[in-house]
Ligand binder design. Structure first.
Ligand code: PLP
Length: 395
């Protein structure tokens, strides 16, 4: 290997560090939970996507363990060769029923589901109209397909309509609107009623990525379309957040769509089947989540309590009710310093700054979890107030 190549890579790494943008990982020594062990310290965790606190739930651990006993450890195959067990089809059917779709198809992750979705369904005669703040995996998935691309400013309905008009004027055969159900940096919901109305008006399909909603938004946690009382044509989602937090993604939608994806979706055809432990725990997670009105109530109570506490302390928040609650600091160095100090004070949070959020919008993104108790939240709030004063975020 040429030394010039590695020198260039090292220079890039040094630049990332010099810009204060280097991300470092902390090793957690315990299961993912409301409190985690990091080195010598036990800290309250406010940055996992563990919305319902299921990541270490005994029912899921039991289902996974039992499936390993009955169905083994790995599949050593893609689905269509010899990688489909009864469990895989059971989960696909169950997910579809839960989400109110005709069928669903599993992927190794939602990143793969979004990477798989567009290319088999849309050709050069078609159009995708995509929200500018959509998840990276949607952006990549759209890049992989041959449809014409149209982009609209985040949740801007005039801009969406202008792009739909443009796609129609350009003679698009089919149009698909793609949006996150919840935008994960801000905790904002996509304005689905308006988007659905525009989709109907311009005869477009509506695709919603509901990763930050499935399990806890809407009746029985069926997600943002259910929250608004409407239907998306195609839903994508993850088992890696509220539904147990392990791994796995899916696309749910009309039967012919799922059937074609099973024939043509590249991340499905050329990548390993999910292991039985994960699939069985996914089934257990849906059983649990469907009945979990108590957990959902606790999650939103926690979110309201946490928001009120931070606001009363004088922090600048973004409005909303979602359990993603960003504390705006506007400065990457402040976000880093505050997250570091909070860790010393026993609270695990993460600073978000450019390029994950726009310049000048650095923040600490906190996330609520149904398993967090009031004692933990109040302890975390005291730490936020102390760190806020010390880093001069608070007066
Ligand atoms: C987390 C997330 C993904 C990726 O999900 P994985 O299953 O972890 O790959 C995709 N889209 C959105 C909106 C997400 O928040």
């Amino acid at each position: 290997m040429s030394t010039a190549f590695l020198d260039d890579i090292r220079a890039t790494l040094q630049q990332i560090e010099a810009d204060g943008l280097l991300k470092r990982e902390r090793a957690i020594l315990s299961p993912q939970s409301t409190r985690v062990q990091v080195g010598e310290r036990e800290v309250i965790n406010l940055c996992a996507n563990n919305y319902l606190g299921l990541a270490d739930h005994p029912a899921l651990v039991r289902a996974a363990t039992q499936a390993m006993e009955s169905h083994g450890f790995g599949m050593a195959s893609v689905r269509f060769i010899c990688g489909t067990q009864d469990l895989h089809r059971a989960l696909e059917t169950r997910l579809a029923q839960y989400l109110g779709a005709e069928d669903s198809i599993l992927f190794a992750a939602c990143f793969d589901a979004n990477g798989a979705l567009f290319e088999p369904l849309l050709g050069p005669e078609d159009a995708v109209v995509s929200d500018a703040l959509n998840h990276a995996s949607i952006i990549d998935g759209i890049r992989l397909c041959k449809a014409r691309r149209y982009r609209y400013a985040n949740a801007d309905m005039d801009a969406l309509e202008a792009q739909l008009k443009a796609a129609r004027a350009d003679g698009a055969r089919h149009i698909m609107i793609a949006t996150d159900g919840v935008f994960s940096m801000d905790g904002y919901l996509a304005p689905l009623p308006e988007i659905r109305a525009l989709a109907n008006q311009y005869d477009a399909l509506l695709m919603v990525d509901d990763c930050h909603a499935t399990g806890f938004m809407g009746p029985q946690g069926r997600g943002t379309p259910a929250h608004f009382g409407l239907r998306a044509d195609i839903l994508t989602g993850t088992l890696g957040k509220a539904l147990g937090g392990a791994l796995g993604g899916y696309i749910a939608g009309p039967q012919p769509v799922i059937d074609l994806l099973r024939q043509r979706a590249r991340p499905y055809l050329f990548s390993n089947a999910l292991p039985p432990s994960i699939v069985a725990a996914g089934l257990a997670a849906i059983d649990l989540v469907e009945q979990a009105d108590d957990l959902r109530a606790h999650l939103f109570d926690n979110a309201a309590h946490w928001r009120a506490g931070l606001a009363a302390a004088g922090f600048e928040l973004l409005p909303g009710e979602h359990p993603i609650i960003p504390v705006m600091l506007h400065d990457a160095h402040k976000a880093q310093a505050m997250a570091a100090r909070l860790f010393e004070l026993g609270v695990y949070v993460s600073g978000f700054f450019f390029p994950v959020v726009p310049k000048g919008q650095a923040r600490i993104r906190t996330q609520m979890n149904a398993a967090l108790g009031r004692t933990e939240l109040d302890q975390a709030l005291a730490a936020f107030e102390q760190a806020g004063r010390e880093t001069r975020v608070l007066a």
